[in-house]
Design a protein. Sequence first.
Length: 214
Amino acid sequence: MKLLNLLFPPKCIFCGRIIKGEDQCFCGDCLSAAPFVKEQRLKAGVSFVSGNTSVFFYEGRVRQALKRLKYQNKPQFAAFFGALLAKELKRTDDEPFDVATWVPAYRWKTIRRGYNQAELLAVKTAKALGIPARRLLFRCRPTRPQNGLTPSQRKANVLGAFRCADVCDFSGKRVLLIDDILTTGATASECARMLLESGCREVYLATVAKTRGK
Ligand SMILES: [Zn+2]
């Protein structure tokens, strides 16, 4: 890996400048110009979720980078965004989490892409926070893509689409639920509802980015 880095040094995905250190994707200048969420609205209006932290607004270079993470096999971006998310969580929410989990993808989607970006983000964020990452949720049926649907269609689209893992003990757990983007929150809310129904004490939502207005 070190030799590969010498031969092909990692470059900023926007300006092409060579960056030091593995697991980076923006250089310092491009990162400081990114659309950071300056004031967290911890109560983002997502039902069943106790609070929310997002690092960025979903626009500009962040939008481009997250699209690459999702569709272009750039799982190394997850380490970069996971570290940023952990840092922001430490700043905004000081109560410890018992476990981190993620919004699951339907199985064939993960197989086609080779990974689920939310799972990669959860694993990297959990590592940076020093907590375990566990699969607590499964998607039990395919759903239509949420974009292009109205808020009520989104809700209906994901209702009953998830189930909790049979083997886990959920009782009293404070869970960190991780996804890449928060839009209306319909999917996260349905995941949180299932986790609470299974006995979790609290579900806190963390996403790399959110749309403005959330
Ligand atoms: Zn740059």
